[in-house]
Design a protein around this ligand. Structure first.
Ligand code: NOJ
Length: 516
């Protein structure tokens, strides 16, 4: 039997608002994406994961969904989404959508109906409405974006929101909520989507009555698994489709529960994404990841960046190369040259490991985090909710540079977040012309990966504590030097690909090679 396509897929994440603007309003859209499908085809990816594309007031970049069965008008129409699916399929590119089950927008019909219906109404059972406690909120839970996790409505009740107040949490004890999402899944699977990314997948179950105080919102609760078993039963009726969970959990044993054979197919590997550029730490994460996935037959995923985290070339150039949501290290000095060098090596490492790999738009261009967006233009709710102490995630969401030497760099209208003046050399156009560019490194790596990497197993080679080296089933060997001194390469016939120049048999620091 042929292996399921998603097990070893290279999946490109499109943050639609910032990808390409087809109608000149400064906001990326479906027309812009459809116009760039050939770019993605040439890049050599297997699938596109799109962040939420539904009607939304955009209080949290579309993760505040007002209608799960339609398309946000600034992005386009349902008919255009269907055309996108078809045009992507014509190029052998699959489409993965983002479903947000933990919360909706406060502008959704359900939440508006619940508000209008008043206390005691069954409509309120779909969310977490509670009476206050001594004039204040029902308990002391805090929102992940900062501030209290409860907001009071005019009739006196409070509702729960783990994220922004514009994102009321669903009550998953409600059968109506469960039915609704099964129907939403079918709606999109019927339209031909190939996969579903599940937002905040671990936090659906909570019980403010049982847990009056204290909350780690990212602590999962056992009841969540029954939900995904139901989802899996639905997705299994559509052959070839898959579910991927956004599961941030430090406990590997609990993480693995999501990947049991009757639950999700895969989940994002955030330990890899958060890991510092350190050989022992990376080796530990890789080994732990394989130990978690292999026994249950789930393919690991390798993720270096996404729309929530600091861009790799900035992160890897800092004195502290780890990523942590609690401390984004905004403004910490970063050595750009070093960061780029390591990001190139990290890409070859991630793409050589067994399983699937995710590439966040702009990663293939080596875009840095934009750290000087003027305060007044910041849009991420984290900025306001943190009392202006955390600048949030806008720095990795700046619209892509396509061509030319000044903003908007062929992106479309005036970008909704300003692009830096020095991005001329980073445009697709400029990088296509430069054989040693990040873009050409990604293109070549993805092509080789498609032929001889993907899912399977690896065998470690002992090349010293500062080096990560392993051979894949196809015979291709990946060697990454994370030390300060050059290291001698193991015996090989030739170098298929190198992240930077190699000096004969000596692999310089912060460099990776693929050998045959
Ligand atoms: C995770 C998403 O990746 C992030 O962008 C969003 O803010 C939260 N979930 C809430 O939906």
């Amino acid at each position: 039997m042929q292996e399921a396509w998603w097990r070893g897929a290279a999946i490109y994440q499109v943050y639609l608002r910032s990808f390409a603007d087809g109608n000149g309003d400064g906001l990326g859209d479906l027309a812009g994406l459809r116009g760039r499908l050939d770019y993605l085809s040439k890049l050599g990816i297997d699938a596109i994961w799109l962040n939420p594309w539904y009607p939304s007031p955009m209080s949290d970049g579309g993760y505040d969904v007002a209608d799960y069965r339609s398309i946000e008008p600034i992005f386009g129409t349902l008919a255009e989404a269907e055309k996108l699916i078809q045009e992507a399929h014509e190029r052998d590119i699959k489409i993965i959508i983002d479903v947000v089950p933990n919360h909706s927008s406060d502008q959704s019909a359900w939440f508006q109906e619940a508000l209008a219906a008043g206390p005691g109404s069954p409509m309120r059972e779909r969310f977490w409405f509670r009476s206050g406690h001594r004039e204040g909120p029902p308990n002391d839970w805090q929102s992940i974006f900062g501030g209290p996790a409860w907001t009071q409505v005019p009739d006196g009740e409070w509702y729960l929101h783990l994220f922004a107040p514009e994102q009321p949490d669903f009550n998953w004890n409600s059968p109506a909520v469960r039915e609704e999402f099964l129907d939403v899944l079918r709606f999109w699977l019927d339209r031909g989507v190939d996969g579903v990314r599940i937002d905040s997948a671990a936090v659906l179950i909570k019980d403010p009555d049982a847990e009056p105080d204290g909350l780690d919102p990212y602590t999962d609760r056992d009841g969540v698994h029954e939900i995904y078993r139901e989802w899996r039963r639905v997705s299994d009726t559509y052959p070839g489709r898959f579910l991927i969970g956004e599961v941030w959990l430090p406990d590997q044993e609990r993480f693995a529960r999501y990947l049991r054979p009757d639950e999700l197919h895969t989940a994002f590997n955030f330990d890899f994404l958060s890991c510092p550029w350190d050989p022992a730490a990376l080796r530990r994460v890789i080994d732990d990841t394989l130990a978690t996935h292999v026994p249950i037959g789930a393919p690991p995923t390798w993720v270096l960046s996404n729309h929530d985290v600091t861009r790799p070339v900035t992160r890897y150039g800092r004195p502290d190369t780890s990523f942590d949501h609690g401390d984004r290290k905004h403004g910490m000095t970063s050595d750009r040259e070093l960061g780029v060098r390591r990001a190139r090596a990290a890409a070859l490492l991630a793409m050589a490991l067994p399983g699937g790999v995710y590439v966040y738009q702009g990663e293939e261009l080596g875009l840095p985090e934009v750290e000087d967006i003027p305060d007044a233009l910041l849009q991420d709710p984290i900025w306001a909710r943190s009392g202006h102490t955390d600048r949030g995630r806008d720095g990795c969401r700046v619209p892509l540079p396509w061509s030319g030497d000044a903003p908007p760099y062929g992106y479309g209208g005036e970008p909704w977040l300003p692009q830096p003046a020095d991005w001329g050399p980073l445009t697709v156009e400029a990088q296509e012309a430069d054989p040693s560019s990040m873009l050409n490194l990604y293109r070549t790596a993805l092509r080789i990966r498609r032929e001889s990497l993907g899912d399977g197993t690896l065998t470690w080679l002992p090349l010293g504590e500062e080096v990560l080296a392993f051979t894949r089933d196809s015979g291709l060997t990946c060697v990454v030097n994370l030390g300060r001194e050059p290291v001698r390469l193991p015996e090989h016939q030739r170098i298929r690909l190198a992240s930077d120049e190699v000096d004969g048999d000596l692999l310089p620091a912060d460099t990776a090679v693929w050998l045959v």
